[in-house]
Design a protein around this ligand. Structure first.
Ligand code: ACO
Length: 427
C-alpha cells in the first residue's frame, strides 16, 4: 500500500499524487493543484488550527482520545509521582532525564539565578496595588528583555542556555514580588537554601520568621502542580511563543507573548474562572440550575472541555488525588463539594457526554491553590511559572528546526475589490 493520497481536481480533471508522512500531507504540496499556470495553487483553510500540524516536535506526546500525556516519552503520572519540577524542566529542555551530577548542576544554576535586577522593584511601584498579577508578569518578562540585550543573539546556543536558566530561575521571584506588592508587604529575596518551590513559598508568604519553613506537603503539592503544567505541546500560548520567536525575537518577549495568551479565560485564565464560577454557584443545591443554564447556552462550565482531550484530562486525575493531601493540611475547601457535584452531574448528562466534555487541568487546581492561600488572580501566574520551561523547550526546538521559518499564515481575502479613493467631500 503506497503512502500517498490521490487527489482529482474536478475543475480540471487532473489527478495528483501527494505523499503521506506521519499521517500528514504537506499543505505546500497542494500548491501544485492549479486551474491555470498563473493560479497561486490550492491552499488549505483551517481557522483556529483545528487540523493542522505546525511543527514536528519531540517534546510532548498527547493522545486526547485516550487521555494520555507524556513528556519525552515518560507518562505524566510517573513524573508526578516520582520526579521534581526542576528535573522535569531539565528533561523537557534536554530530552533525557539527568543523572545525579547533571541534576545537581542544573539545580545549582537555576537556584543561583533567582535574583532579579533591583530596577524591577521600581517598576513594580508603577502599578496600582490591585493590578492583575498576570498583566504585571507579561510586562516584567518584556522588561527583563531590556536588561539582557545579549539575549537577542538567539542563534547562539550558549547564550540561549544562559537565558533559559535565567527565565526559569526568575519566574517565581517576579511572581512573588508582584504578589507582595499587591499586599503592600516588603519583598523577600530568594533563598538558595530552599527548593525551587520552597523558595517560591517563602518569597510569597514569609512574614517575620527568621527562617521560613514551607510545609513539606504543600511544597510537594506545588511541585507536582508545576510538573503537571510544565508543557502541553502546541497549545495557544506555546504557539504564541513559537510564532513570536520565529521572528527571532528574544526569549523574554517571546515568553511575554506566551504569557499574554495564557492570561485568557479560555486558556490559563480558566482556573481563575472556575473559582469565580464555583463562588457564584454558592451552594450544592444550586448546581442543577447552573447546569441547566449552561445547557441553555447562557455560559460555559469552566474547567470542562478541551480542544484536544475528548476524555478525562490525565492531569485532572492526578490533581484530584493531590487535593486530598493538601486539604488534609489546610482543611477542606468548602467549594470542593460544589465542584464534585458539578462533575458528577456533568459526567452523567447527555449534553456533556455527547460533546465529550470532561474536567480539564483547571477544574481542581484552583481549589488547591485557594486552600494554600493564593488569591484567585495568582492562579494563572502559578500556571505560567512552570509552563516557562515548556515554552522555552519549544522555543529552542523551533529555532533548531531547519524546516521552520518566520511564522506567516495565509488568508482568504474577503474584502472589496480594488476601488478608487473617495475624497472626503464626496463621501
Ligand atoms: N461548557 C459547556 N459547553 C461547552 C464547554 C463548556 N466548558 N466547552 C465546549 N462546550 C460545547 C460548545 O458550546 C460546543 O457545543 P455545540 O457543538 O453545541 O456548539 C461543543 O461543546 C464544542 O465546543 P468548542 O467550543 O467547539 O470546542 P473548542 O475545542 O473550540 O474549545 C475550550 C475548547 C476552549 C477549552 C472549551 O471547551 C472551553 O471554553 N472550556 C471552558 C474553558 C476552559 O476550561 N478552558 C481551559 C482549557 S485547558 C487549558 O487551556 C489549560
Amino acid at each position: 500500500m503506497a503512502d500517498t493520497l490521490s487527489i482529482t481536481d474536478n475543475r480540471t480533471g487532473k489527478t495528483y499524487e501527494i505523499a503521506i508522512q506521519d499521517g500528514t500531507i504537506r499543505a505546500a504540496d497542494l500548491r501544485q493543484i492549479k486551474v491555470a499556470s498563473d493560479d497561486f495553487g490550492l491552499m488549505s483553510y483551517d481557522p483556529a488550527f483545528m487540523n493542522t500540524a505546525s511543527c514536528r516536535s519531540a517534546i510532548t506526546y498527547l493522545d486526547g482520545d485516550a487521555g494520555i500525556l507524556r513528556y519525552r516519552g515518560y507518562p505524566i503520572e510517573q513524573l508526578a509521582e516520582q520526579s521534581t519540577y526542576l528535573e522535569v524542566a531539565y528533561l523537557l529542555m534536554h530530552g533525557e532525564l539527568p543523572n545525579t551530577q547533571q541534576l545537581g548542576a542544573w539545580e545549582h544554576s537555576i537556584m543561583t539565578h533567582t535574583f532579579v535586577h533591583e530596577f524591577l522593584k521600581r517598576a513594580l511601584e508603577g502599578y496600582r496595588y490591585d493590578a492583575h498579577p498576570m498583566g504585571r508578569l507579561v510586562a516584567f518578562l518584556a522588561t527583563l528583555s531590556t536588561f539582557y540585550t545579549d539575549a537577542k543573539d538567539v542563534r547562539n546556543p550558549e547564550i540561549r542556555k544562559q537565558h533559559v536558566v535565567r527565565i526559569i530561575a526568575k519566574m517565581p521571584t517576579i511572581a512573588a514580588w508582584a504578589y507582595r506588592h499587591s499586599l503592600g508587604r516588603p519583598y523577600i529575596y530568594p533563598s538558595n537554601e530552599l527548593s525551587y518551590c520552597g523558595n517560591f513559598l517563602a518569597m510569597l508568604f514569609q512574614i517575620a520568621e527568621p527562617k521560613y519553613k514551607p510545609h513539606p506537603v504543600l511544597e510537594r503539592a506545588l511541585d507536582v502542580l508545576f510538573i503537571l503544567h510544565a508543557d502541553h505541546e502546541q497549545n495557544c500560548s506555546t504557539s504564541a511563543a513559537r510564532g513570536v520567536g520565529s521572528a527571532e525575537s528574544d526569549p523574554y518577549v517571546s515568553l511575554a507573548a506566551a504569557s499574554a495568551a495564557l492570561y485568557g479565560p479560555l486558556h490559563g485564565g480558566a482556573n481563575e474562572a472556575v473559582l469565580r464560577m464555583l463562588k457564584k454557584i454558592g451552594n450544592v443545591k444550586n448546581v442543577p440550575e447552573f447546569i441547566a443554564s449552561v445547557k441553555a447556552g447562557e455560559g460555559k462550565l469552566m474547567g470542562f472541555g478541551h480542544r484536544v482531550y475528548k476524555n478525562y484530562d490525565p492531569r485532572a486525575k492526578v490533581i484530584k488525588k493531590l487535593a486530598d493531601d493538601v486539604f488534609a493540611v489546610t482543611g477542606r475547601n468548602p467549594l470542593l463539594d460544589i465542584a464534585l457535584e458539578l462533575e458528577k452531574i456533568a459526567l452523567s448528562d447527555e449534553y456533556f457526554i455527547k460533546r465529550k466534555l470532561y474536567p480539564n487541568v483547571d477544574f481542581y487546581s484552583g481549589l488547591i491553590y485557594q486552600a494554600m492561600g493564593f488569591p484567585v488572580e495568582m492562579f494563572p501566574v502559578l500556571f505560567a511559572i512552570p509552563r516557562a520551561s515548556g515554552w522555552l523547550s519549544q522555543w529552542c526546538e523551533m529555532l533548531d528546526d531547519n524546516e521552520q521559518k518566520i511564522s506567516r499564515p495565509r488568508q482568504i481575502y474577503t474584502g472589496p475589490d480594488a476601488r478608487d479613493y473617495v475624497p472626503m467631500a464626496k463621501r
